[in-house]
Design a protein around this ligand. Structure first.
Ligand code: NAD
Length: 250
C-alpha cells in the first residue's frame, strides 16, 4: 500500500536499528526518504538497498545545530517540502549518576536532547507549511525512572515532555507531534548490554522478548499516516506491556 507516495520523510539515526527499519518502512510505502546519520558508511549501505531516485543518504551530527539546520534546508531545497520529521538518533549510557561522568552527561544530552530540540526547531516551520507531522523516539525510560540509566532516563524524559509541550503549542497549525517509547529493542544499542541487563529487561516485558526494530518502525508509520489523524501529543509505549505493570514483583 503506497500511503506515503509524494511524502518527504527525514529520519535521523537512519544508519542502523530503528531508524534503518523506519527508512525501509517509509520507502516501501512510496516515500522519498532522507536517511541521515553520523556514520556515513552505514547510511550509504542502507540507501543502496532503497530506490535510488527517492533516497538520499546524508551526513549529520544531530548535536550540531547548524548541521541540522542545513540538512533540513537542503532537504526542502532538493525535495520541495518536508512532510515527516523523525528525530530518532540517540545513544545510551549505562550507570547510576555516581557511576557515570559529566562527559557522559554532556554527550548524551547533546545527542538525545539537543538533537531532538534542533530537529524540532528547524523542521517545524516546514511541517507547518505541509501540515505534516513529527515523531520523536523517546523510550519507556522517559515515562518513568529505570535502574542504572539515570542520564538516559533524564534525556528521554526530556524528549517525551518536549513532545507533549510542542503538540500543545502547534496543534492549531495542523501539525501532529508524537513520540514512540520502546522498551528493549534488538539493535546495536542493546547488543552491548551484558547478559544480566538483558535478563532484567526481558523479565519485565510481559511478552517475554525484546522487540524487533520493525515493530517500532510500524508504529512510526501508523503515526505518520492519516489513520492517526487525531493522535497528537501522545507518547506511545511500544513495550510489549512493560508499562502496564504497577511495579510489583512477579
Ligand atoms: P542504534 O545504535 O542501532 O542506532 C542509532 C543510530 O543513531 C546509529 O546509526 C548511530 O550512528 C546514530 N547516531 C547516534 N548519534 C548520532 C548523532 N549525534 N548524529 C547522527 N546520528 C547519530 O540504536 P537504536 O536502538 O536503533 O536507537 C534508535 C533510537 O531508539 C534512539 O533514540 C534510542 O535511544 C531509542 N531507543 C532504543 C531502544 C532499544 O532498546 N534499542 C529502546 C528505547 C529507545
Amino acid at each position: 500500500m503506497n500511503r506515503f507516495t509524494n511524502k518527504v520523510v527525514v529520519i535521523t539515526g537512519a544508519g542502523n536499528g530503528i531508524g534503518a527499519a523506519a527508512a525501509k518502512r517509509f520507502s516501501s510505502g512510496g516515500a522519498t526518504v532522507v536517511a541521515a546519520d553520523y556514520v556515513m558508511d552505514d547510511v550509504k549501505k542502507l540507501a543502496a538497498s532503497l530506490p535510488s531516485d527517492r533516497t538520499f543518504a546524508v551526513f549529520v551530527d544531530v548535536s550540531d545545530a547548524k548541521a541540522v539546520e542545513n540538512m533540513i534546508a537542503e532537504t526542502v531545497k532538493r525535495c520541495g517540502k518536508l512532510d515527516v520529521m523523525i528525530n530518532n538518533a540517540g545513544v545510551h549510557v549505562i550507570g547510576s549518576i555516581l557511576e557515570t561522568t559529566l562527559d557522559d552527561w554532556r554527550r548524551i544530552s547533546a545527542i538525545n536532547i539537543d538533537g531532538v530540540v534542533f530537529g524540532a526547531k528547524y523542521s517545524l516551520p516546514h511541517l507547518i507549511k505541509s501540515k505534516g507531522c513529527m515523531i520523536n523516539t523517546a523510550s519507556v525510560s522517559g515515562l518513568g525512572g529505570d535502574w542504572g540509566a539515570a542520564f538516559y532516563c533524564a534525556s528521554k524524559g526530556a524528549v517525551a515532555n518536549l513532545t507533549r509541550a510542542m503538540a500543545l503549542d502547534h496543534g492549531l497549525s495542523g501539525v501532529r507531534i508524537n513520540a514512540v517509547c520502546p522498551s528493549l529493542v534488538k539493535t546495536n544499542m542493546t547488543k552491548g548490554f551484558d547478559a544480566a541487563v538483558q535478563e532484567k529487561f526481558n523479565e519485565r516485558i510481559p511478552l517475554g522478548r525484546a522487540a524487533q526494530p520493525e515493530e517500532v518502525a510500524s508504529v512510526m508509520a501508523f503515526l505518520a499516516s492519516d489513520d492517526a489523524s487525531f493522535i497528537n501529543g501522545a507518547c506511545i509505549p511500544v513495550d510489549g506491556g512493560t508499562t502496564a505493570s504497577d511495579g510489583q514483583p512477579k
